[in-house]
Design a protein around this ligand. Structure first.
Ligand SMILES: Cc1cc2nc3c(=O)[nH]c(=O)nc-3n(C[C@H](O)[C@H](O)[C@H](O)COP(=O)(O)OP(=O)(O)OC[C@H]3O[C@@H](n4cnc5c(N)ncnc54)[C@H](O)[C@@H]3O)c2cc1C
Length: 460
């Protein structure tokens, strides 16, 4: 148990300052049995529990409130087994993602999940949020990286399904329920993860595009010609490059010039002439006018420079002032349409607002920030958030997209669950929650609030 208030702060603080964590107790169990004991004790006193990993989540799912007990998994951080023939790794939930990636590399394998917070987030948190990241295009979300799971249920029982099987059709897929449940159905304590061959070649290019539509033309060609080697395709706006260069030390544009849109393309694999394939794709795109300029990295330093811009454009947002942020998904073919329409709607509603779309265009997941117009009163800007939420989420809904692509629901998007989710699906979720957690003590109020809480929180 962490009792010192200053030590508690790192577990209670929410990194974007949107929520004020105030849990009564912070507990750091070091064994699965300890997790079970704490959960049983909480269940017998009907004390709400908040599971927590690296606390990098962006929707307030790991935020605890008065009266709640926060259980952070960081001490359950052992890699239990690596089986290079079965291509699996069994890990405890508190393992930091970057350590898992490193352990895979050291045994000549590859673990594909990769995201900006990988030096801090834990695999338990990644699975609980069904994290996405930069390799979804090739390998899928976190859910697709899992064969088996172990979790402590809200009554303290241990559900132990650490199976290493690739075929196992024995009823409901319970692990898929816990993955993406954001800690509302139980505390994940361990998982069996899928590994892949370690790519012998990785080619990274920074590519300037004719326009936004050109991103889809290039994506389609790259997918057709790369023999399945295309693993990353990230959209970078000119404004992102400018902000990264302005606000983040050591960030510099690998391709200076007047270009509105760029993509970062990554090919990875073994035994293919990836560089030649990439060069050919870029050359034919250049001839067609889809691509206006490009650089293929020729050194680790240049690759770091390219990824520095991608990471820098996220970091730079924090320095640029007030903004609304959206993590949405649409069909890949609708990405340009969504970006154009969302930007136009926002600009009409608030002249001078600065749209800043970027992200995983290869899988249809766009991170859209809307920066306040220069000189606009910050308090007034903040007060207009609900208006812009409706504007953007209505558009996403019209396009049959998702109001939360990869970050989840947490406390942040509870209202959108009732506003945009299919009511039948939502009632099935409530029934599942009620069946597994009848006392409603496991991360209550997150993802599926009770009917009455939903009614009060739903936006008008
Ligand atoms: C710079 C930056 C970049 C990011 N990039 C991406 C990205 O590209 N893609 C993406 O998907 N996300 C991204 N994120 C968001 C975040 O990193 C992910 O959501 C991550 O998966 C959260 O992991 P965590 O261990 O920090 O979980 P936490 O923030 O601690 O918790 C997240 C949720 O999971 C629950 N939880 C945590 N551990 C457990 C457990 N063991 N059992 C049950 N429930 C648990 C919590 O209760 C909470 O609801 C980014 C965040 C930052 C700060």
């Amino acid at each position: 148990m962490v009792s010192d208030d200053s030590e508690k702060a790192e577990f209670l603080e929410e990194r974007r300052g949107k929520f004020n964590g105030q849990g009564d107790a912070v507990i750091l169990p070091s064994t699965v049995e300890e997790v079970q004991r704490v959960v049983r004790c909480c269940a017998s006193h009907q004390r709400p529990i908040v599971p927590q990993g690296g606390n990098t989540g962006l929707c307030g799912g790991a935020v605890s409130r008065p009266g709640e007990v926060l259980i952070n998994l960081r001490r359950l951080n052992r890699i239990l087994d690596i089986d290079p023939i079965n291509d699996t790794m069994t890990v405890q939930a508190g393992c930091v993602l970057a350590n898992i990636q490193q352990a895979a590399i050291e045994s000549g394998r590859h673990f594909s999940l990769s995201l900006g917070a990988e030096g801090t987030c834990q695999i338990g948190g990644n699975l609980s949020t069904n994290a996405g990241g930069i390799n979804v295009l090739r390998y899928g979300n976190a859910r697709e990286q899992v064969l088996g799971l172990q979790a402590v249920l809200p009554d303290g029982r241990l559900w132990n399904d650490l199976t290493e099987l690739r075929k196992n059709n024995t009823g409901y897929d319970l692990k898929s329920l816990l993955i993406g449940a954001e800690g509302t159905l139980g505390i994940i304590t361990a998982a069996v993860l899928k590994l892949h061959p370690k790519p012998q070649q990785i080619e990274t290019a920074f590519v300037a595009l004719r326009d936004l539509e050109a991103s889809l033309e290039l994506l389609t060609l790259a997918r057709a010609k790369s023999g399945g080697a295309l693993s990353g395709f990230e959209l970078v706006p000119q404004m992102g490059v400018e902000l990264a260069e302005r606000h983040v030390p050591r960030c510099s544009n690998p391709l200076p010039g007047d270009h509105r849109w760029y993509v970062i393309m990554v090919y990875s694999g073994t035994g293919l002439e990836l560089r030649t394939i990439l060069e050919n794709t870029l050359a034919s795109s250049f001839e067609k006018g889809t691509v206006t300029d490009a650089v293929i990295s020729s050194s680790e330093a240049q690759t770091a420079q390219i990824w520095g811009i991608r990471e820098g454009l996220v970091e730079a947002q924090l320095q640029e002032g007030e903004r609304y942020t959206y993590d949405v998904a649409v069909k890949v073919s609708q990405v340009p349409d969504f970006i154009h329409r969302a930007s136009a709607l926002a600009e009409q509603r608030m002249p001078g607002i600065r749209p800043y779309p970027f992200g995983h265009v290869g899988d249809g997941n766009i991170h859209l920030s809307l920066f306040q117009p220069p000189g606009y009163d910050p308090a007034r800007f903040r007060s207009r958030l609900p208006e812009f939420d409706t504007l953007i989420f209505d558009l996403v809904h019209e396009l049959k997209g998702s109001f939360s692509a990869e970050h989840g629901i947490g406390l942040l998007k509870i209202a959108e669950m009732t506003d945009y989710k299919d009511p039948v699906g939502l009632s099935m979720m409530r029934a599942i929650k009620q069946a597994i957690d009848p006392l409603n003590i496991m991360n209550p109020g997150k993802v599926v609030a009770t009917q009455s809480a939903c009614q009060t929180s739903s936006r008008q």
